[in-house]
Design a protein around this ligand. Structure first.
Ligand code: ZN
Length: 317
């Protein structure tokens, strides 16, 4: 790979610095595939890719590294293969797992220059925020839904994601949709900020708010929230043991998830057209999952991770 055009802009020294950098990308969906391919082409030395899912047909409109023949393959491993074809000098580690408060500790030894949050899962975002704050690693938050997106570079000493984002029963892209232009834009902005940070350019604590329905881009200054737990050294998501009680293994291939109470009728309406559902008034069947109004879900899956992935996909985080 020749970086002559890019070097004219950033300089030889910065290019050399980039070629010594190592970043972790969590989530190899729409944002992650765009950000990873730009960083691979820009000449980053090493990438770690994490994703718990497999490629599905409904991913293909947005997830730019995958093609029709990739359906059913692990996203992390499939992305690794594609990125190696783009840049053979790039070192890549693929991990097909769901990050949780227990396994995230393994990342401490990785000597990461930066972490990109390309997930669509609020809990994972806040877990990464805690981890980066504690381990003093720069972190790039990104999210996209419908035609709206947000991006922000977060630094260990400055305001963080927990300063302005709270866990809520947020709507998912599965329920209300998303366009490929906004996801690509968010992924590109994440890669742009990553590049600048990796070559040592100082970046402000600003939140990009993009709205393609209104053709608008705003930047908001984020200040440290005096009530933010993470900024006060309380890492609720990192110390959470919720995962252990959240999912129960019932019988061979059956898992129970104890989620929040749900309005099944509303959920059924939202999912109409995207997946086959059956609502009998007391429970809602969504493919291999049966959900009850008290938030309990019974899921046929091969692993805890798969069960959690199915739940997040259709019900939310
Ligand atoms: Zn904070």
């Amino acid at each position: 790979m020749l970086y002559s055009r890019q070097e004219k802009v950033i300089g030889t020294k910065a290019q050399k610095r980039l070629q010594k950098s190592k970043a972790l990308i969590v989530g190899m969906g729409a944002l992650g595939t765009v950000a990873a391919s730009l960083l691979a082409r820009a000449g980053i030395k090493e990438l770690i890719l994490i994703d718990r899912d497999v490629v599905e047909e409904s991913n293909l409109p947005r997830q730019l590294l995958y093609t029709e023949t990739d359906v059913g393959k692990s996203k992390a491993f499939c992305a690794k293969e594609k990125l190696e074809q783009i840049n053979s000098q790039l070192r890549i580690t693929a991990l097909a797992l769901h990050l949780n408060p227990q396994n995230i500790a393994n990342l401490k030894e990785q000597n990461l220059s930066l972490i990109l949050d390309c997930t669509d899962n609020l809990k994972t975002k806040l877990l990464l925020n805690d981890f980066c704050k504690k381990e003093k690693i720069p972190f790039i938050y990104g999210s996209a839904i419908k035609q709206q997106g947000q991006v922000m570079a977060i630094f260990p000493g400055g305001p963080c994601l927990s300063c302005f984002l709270k866990e809520a029963h947020a709507e998912t892209c599965e329920q209300i949709g998303v366009l490929n232009t906004i996801t690509s834009l968010v992924g590109t902005l994440q890669a742009d900020l990553a590049l600048k940070i990796l070559i040592g350019q100082k970046q402000p604590s600003e939140l990009y708010c993009l709205n393609l329905e209104k053709n608008s881009c705003r930047k908001l200054t984020v200040n440290t929230n005096p009530l933010c737990p993470a900024c006060q050294g309380r890492y609720d998501y990192l110390n959470s043991t919720e995962n252990a009680v959240f999912i129960k293994f019932c019988s061979s291939g059956k898992y129970q998830i104890d989620g929040r109470p749900l309005n099944l009728e509303e959920l059924n309406q939202k999912l109409r057209g995207t997946v086959t559902t059956y609502f009998d008034g007391a429970s809602l069947k969504i493919e291999k999952m049966l959900v009850f109004a008290d938030g309990r879900a019974l899921i046929a899956a091969d692993s805890e991770q798969e069960a959690q992935a199915i739940y997040s996909k259709y019900v939310g985080n």
